[in-house]
Design a protein around this ligand. Structure first.
Ligand code: UDP
Ligand code: MG
Length: 138
């Protein structure tokens, strides 16, 4: 069943630096995902550590935290039919070299670390991640 749900998106520092915010937002809107809240922020190391706490034991954790706090990012709430899956499909595989043609990561990203976008991976994590950045969103 298709229901209207929400997911959290982040346009990562590599994509903001390369002026790709509009390109990425356009893909969301063309696909039928509405941007219902958005904010440009520069995460502190502490915020990035907290946001990615589920990865704290992974070998790439420190590098990820340093990268995500290296410049401004655009955090957004996307709403639409099966938003989590739709956004993950638009993003493509974590490693751009494995991502399908037409996906954000295939088309725009330069490496597995600097892969341009974050997207929640489940409805439960989406709710947690949306609360993290948009505590006042109804
Ligand atoms: N990452 C990395 N090296 C890896 C795996 C992941 O640098 O081998 C980074 C990458 O930026 C990725 C993020 O850590 O987007 C979170 O990893 P996850 O497995 O959750 O991938 P995603 O859900 O972003 O596709
Ligand atoms: Mg993930």
């Amino acid at each position: 069943m298709v229901t209207t749900t929400r997911t959290l998106s982040i346009v990562k520092p590599d994509a903001v630096r390369r002026s790709l915010i509009g390109n990425i937002f356009n893909r969301f809107e063309q696909a039928g995902l509405n941007i219902i809240a958005t904010n440009m922020i520069h995460m502190t190391q502490e915020q990035a550590k907290q946001f990615y706490i589920i990865h704290k034991d992974r070998p790439f954790y420190n590098e990820l935290v340093t990268f995500m706090s290296s410049g401004p990012v655009v955090v957004s709430v996307l709403e639409g039919p099966n938003a989590v899956k739709m956004n993950r499909d638009l993003m493509g595989a974590t490693n751009p070299s494995e991502a399908q043609a037409g996906t954000i990561r295939h088309d725009l990203s330069e490496s597995i670390g600097e892969n341009s976008v974050h997207g929640s991976d489940s409805d439960e994590n989406a709710a947690t991640e949306i609360r993290f950045f948009f505590p006042d969103l109804a």
